[in-house]
Write a protein that binds this ligand. Structure first.
Ligand code: CP3
Length: 339
């Protein structure tokens, strides 16, 4: 698998490519499937639908890796916080965490996610052998932001109040989330995932020292546990909004560092200096135009031509992206990165 080889730092005939949020609403067949099933959460709970939605972008775009169709919030949902999605708002937890006793009430969600593990098995049976399957979870900090705030937030005032005035409760929650995530990812690997990725979408909400204390160190703990048990399974860590902290993010037992689109690729490449494989980082909105896509992809390919690299976007695809442009991007990357 070209994707796994590149993650592990091996030479490949070209740079592998996939995209964050490649499964989803930019694909017309996905929208039809969701209409048929009814809701996004119901889709994630049905292993046959999970397999179908996971493989869809591989067939449509020809990417080198599939990412499990699920959500970072299924784990906290199964730990005991009812989850719903509201149009125009996004995910909502009506019950939230505000005290140690709330943390103590959380259950073992990793045991209730058998629908995910069944989905992984089905995907691996149906996916061609040269395509990798990426399992994933949210970072302990990022899922905690939803568990404490109850929904997406601009200010993060509730959880940041904990950062500065009740760190004991927050560390207790992060510890629980970390242990749950380790179990969850190990189960995905046992079911057939070939690599795992941790998404820290809200790491950039924290100033540098607090980011390392409340987010990155927990991500490193997850990576370390996975790598010790599964040395051949690549671990990818992605934090959004933390480009300026990169130089302190290069030590640790993981393989690939995701770089977001705000971070200039020349800067990231210079700092990372092949100590880890870089994954990223085209601005997803370039996909609205073929010309902008070509310009963005060529620039990244040129900067990264002698460095360890996996092509991706610098965050998820937006739902109204024309799928033809997505296909154009994947074909172009395959062409221009040939050795
Ligand atoms: O294609 C893939 O990347 C695989 C599946 C995947 C989804 N969510 C499916 C999804 C992955 C890896 C995620 C991760 C995720 N989910 C993150 C981290 C990455 C990031 O984007 O920063 C976060 C923060 C979430 C939480 C979440 N899930 C939000 C805020 C939303 C609503 C916003 C939106 O796009 O509607 C979701 C819903 C969601 N997760 C959808 C999909 C395909 C849309 C569901 C639909 O309306 O059909």
């Amino acid at each position: 698998m070209i994707f796994i080889d590149a993650c592990l730092g091996k030479e490949t005939e070209r740079t592998p490519v996939w995209m964050m949020r490649q499964a989803g609403r930019c694909i017309p067949e996905y929208r039809a499937l969701r209409k048929e099933v009814g809701s996004f959460i119901a889709m994630t709970k049905n292993p046959d639908v999970v397999a179908k939605a996971t493989i869809m972008p591989v067939d449509k775009f020809g990417v080198d890796a599939a990412i499990l169709f699920s959500d970072i919030l299924n784990l906290p949902m199964e730990m005991g916080l009812p989850l719903r999605f509201e149009a125009g708002v996004g995910p909502i937890f009506d019950e939230t965490i505000s005290s140690i006793s709330d943390v103590e009430k959380l259950g073992d969600g990793s045991e209730k996610l058998s629908y995910v593990y069944e989905g992984v098995k089905k995907i691996r049976e149906q996916l061609s052998d040269d395509k990798a399957l990426i399992g994933f979870a949210g970072s302990p900090w990022t899922i905690a932001t939803y568990m404490v705030e109850g929904r997406g937030s601009k200010q993060y005032s509730k959880i940041k109040k904990m950062v500065y005035s009740d760190e004991k409760t927050l560390h207790a929650l992060l510890e629980v989330n970390t242990n749950q995530t380790i179990k969850y990812l190990k189960n995905q690997i046992k079911a057939g995932a070939n690599a795992v990725m941790v998404f820290d979408s809200w790491g950039g909400a924290l100033e540098k020292e607090k980011f390392f204390e409340f987010s990155w160190n927990y991500m490193l703990k997850i990576a370390d546990k996975i790598k010790k048990e599964y040395p051949n399974i690549p671990v990818i860590l992605f934090s959004k909004g933390t480009g300026l902290y990169l130089e302190d993010m290069l030590e640790g037992n993981f393989d690939v560092i995701g770089v977001d689109w705000n971070t200039p690729i020349e800067y990231a490449n210079k700092i990372v200096n092949n100590k880890k494989v870089i994954q990223g980082n085209m601005e997803p909105c370039r996909l609205y135009s073929k010309e902008a896509t070509k310009e963005g992809a060529e620039k990244i390919a040129n900067v990264m031509k002698n460095s360890k690299h996996i092509f991706n976007l610098g965050h998820g695809i937006l739902p109204d992206t024309p799928w033809e442009n997505v296909k154009y991007f994947v074909d172009l990357v395959k062409e221009i990165t040939k050795k």
